[in-house]
Design a protein around this ligand. Structure first.
Ligand code: FAD
Length: 319
């Protein structure tokens, strides 16, 4: 075997596993717990983010069982340890291509190939960023991508919302429960959101709109204090004082490698009510198959359900 700088130039043959789980967020690790307790010795490929989006979240206050809240990375760690206790194997590796045309299913990851009797896809979806300077640095310090998660921290404060679709309005209206004002900044002069949501927003005295405008930069060192905004019609810049910047400009599901193999809807993997994809034996759980809820508890529940279904599938296949 030729070795260059410690890297092997060839690969071992595919490793056969009964349950291969792609993703180590709440969905993947919950699926791992249930598959491990069913004694299938699941292997979890983590991708780049062990713990998933939870790991980059400061505090989670709406996951049951933690009345004082729990640190995001701590929760991810607890999910992992619980799954490992029952025999789940966590591999720090990213899948890059799959072949679901015959069984066992083939999955190629950066470090090795797998032949899997069943696959649970839990690769998540990432909230789209505005890509402003220091946007990432101020996430959790005024910048947020989730009103349901962070609204409570903005009691009596001013917040700005960017977006013009259903989620911007839904989340914006939710934020009026806490914030003293919610200013929706939209780059066009009309919204994409449904008529009923538009009507509710227009009737809510806390909601204001700034049309034909984008955010140019965030003002504030330690936390968000204001935004520099640009009027797209006349190019004029102004400052909007705000304590929070909520960005709702869509999510990008991590599904590129499944294109052409699984049925999708708007980029999300299409599943039935039991989390079966269009290929028997391949299941999907969490945000990769959930364009709507995007919460830890929902992803964890979907992961558990997908693993129960994978168990039934494997039991039937062996009879
Ligand atoms: C800043 C922030 C704050 C949040 N706060 C809250 C909150 O307070 N409460 C709440 O309920 N929810 C909150 N959420 C949402 C919550 O984190 C998500 O709903 C949840 O993590 C989704 O879980 P998931 O397992 O479906 O996907 P993810 O958490 O996105 O996990 C996806 C996993 O797939 C892996 N992966 C991706 N590609 C590959 C690949 N090619 N091969 C292998 N693995 C791959 C990733 O590395 C990761 O491990 C927050 C989200 C963010 C971004």
């Amino acid at each position: 075997m030729l070795k260059l700088s410690g890297l092997s130039t060839d690969r071992a043959g595919p490793r056969h596993v009964k349950v291969l789980i792609l993703g180590a967020g709440p969905a993947g690790l919950s699926a791992a717990l249930y598959s491990a307790r069913a004694e299938f010795n699941p292997v979890v490929l983590t991708g780049l983010q062990i713990g998933g989006q939870v790991a980059i979240t400061n505090t989670i206050e709406n996951y049951p069982g933690f009345p004082k809240g729990v640190g995001g990375s701590e929760l991810g760690d607890l999910f992992q340890k619980q799954a490992e206790r029952f025999g789940a194997e966590i591999e720090v590796d990213s899948a890059h291509s799959v072949d679901f045309s015959s069984r066992p299913f083939k999955v190629s990851a950066d470090n090795r190939d797998y032949a899997a009797d069943s696959v649970i896809i839990a690769t998540g979806a990432n909230p789209n960023h505005l890509n402003l300077p220091r946007e990432n640095e101020l996430a959790g310090r005024g910048v947020s991508y989730c009103g349901t998660c962070d609204g409570w921290f903005f009691k009596g404060k001013k917040v700005a919302v960017v977006g013009g679709g259903d989620s911007a309005l839904e989340e914006g209206l939710f934020l009026t429960r806490f914030a003293s004002s919610v200013t929706i900044i939209h780059r066009r002069d009309s919204l994409r959101a449904g008529t009923l949501l538009q009507k509710r927003a227009a009737e809510n005295s806390k909601v204001k709109f700034i049309w034909n405008t984008t955010v140019a930069s965030i003002v504030g060192d330690e936390k968000v204090q204001a935004l520099r905004i640009t009027n797209l019609q006349n190019g004029e810049q102004s400052t909007l004082e705000t304590d929070g910047l909520f960005i709702f400009i869509g999510h990008t599901p991590n599904t590129q490698m499944f294109a052409g193999q699984l049925e999708m809807e708007r980029g999300y993997i299409r599943v039935d009510e039991h989390f079966h994809t269009s290929i028997p034996g391949v299941f999907a759980a969490g945000e990769v198959a959930d364009p709507h809820f995007k919460q830890v508890i929902i992803s964890a529940g979907m992961g558990a359900a997908a693993a129960i279904e994978a168990t039934h599938f494997l039991e039937q296949a062996s009879n």
